[in-house]
Design a protein around this ligand. Sequence first.
Ligand code: DX5
Ligand code: ZN
Length: 219
Amino acid sequence: MKPLVSPSILSANFANLEDDIIMLNKSEADLIHVDVMDGVFVPNISFGFPIIAAVKNFAKKPLDVHLMIVNPDRYLKEFKECGANIITVQYEACTHLHRTIQQIKELGCKASVAVNPHTPVMLLKDVLIDLDMVLIMSVNPGFGGQKFIEHTYTKIRELRNMANELNPALWIEVDGGVSTHNSLALLKAGANVLVSGSAIFGSIDPLHTIAELKNITPD
Ligand code: DX5
Ligand code: ZN
């Protein structure tokens, strides 16, 4: 099975976002990954509702919105209204995670939870049945262009084993330091959604890099 590819526009050209969205529309990408950072949960601030709504205006692919913010419950409705199709909240930012997941689903979005590198995937066991996707952070969130953390492979394998029992349809997304160099190993470990920012937008031919990520398969 081919993976889903979700290019992260954190590494796009913000002065001319329209051109990059048009490129993604033409590409083999399946989703568009949108990183929202609040300067509290992570030591960086990215963008908010007006930019996401502007992206949605041009995007022909579903928006995969990754919320690196505290208290995400306060803003779920607004993220839906500005165009989110998948909403990912960080495990570490949610006190009542079960409730947050139900709220995302009630809005009609796919529900996803991200775990930081230090958070064991076992902590998701009791909500796994409710989730469409789990995002495994393979860097500490906050910035594009960081080095991939090798322990991620073990976490993906553990999560895939747990999902085989509890929710076989679960998508496993990997985010941080993903490139054509490690994508095959990530898929072999059990991931099936690849987020990639700097490796795509920093390449000479982003369309080609997306096609490579899409077409490197384990079989
Ligand atoms: C990091 C973000 C990532 C980031 C990935 O906190 O969640 O989505 O854009 O960028 P690369 O692929 O450059 O590591
Ligand atoms: Zn992300």
